[in-house]
Design a protein. Sequence first.
Length: 159
Amino acid sequence: MSEESERFLRDLVDGAERLTAHEMVESFEEALAAISSGHGTIAWRDGEPIGGSIWQPKVRWHVDTRTAHVFVDVAGLDKDCVSIEARSRGLNLTFRRVKEKVLSEGQFHTHEEVSQRSVDLGVEIDVAAVSASVDGGIMHIRCPRDTKGLKVVDITWEE
């Protein structure tokens, strides 16, 4: 293990004594978000970042009474680099990008990164009615709820 990695782990353990559980989880989520967006590094050797990032575009969603709304940060991606598969309770999302890097020797290196994400919306959706649009680098996927077999139940409330 490199000296940098050992120092990182030592600082992590020492810092854990001063953090509440909530602060520790929040710090971990921030680090994962940085790594997922391609800004963090998952491995170090001799003080230099190696490996690469675990890239995954940010995905957020919410469900209202009629539709599930999924928002994806696709800034910098082309239309051909995103695919969506709708299933009864959610989506399978696939993203591709080409990462380019100039090495210290002046060589140009490129490689394709692929990221997949399954989103379970927690409700049945009408897969034939799912639509998506992109505006300002944000993809909005609309997933109308499947109302067949849905019944609103009347509640008898006695006090």
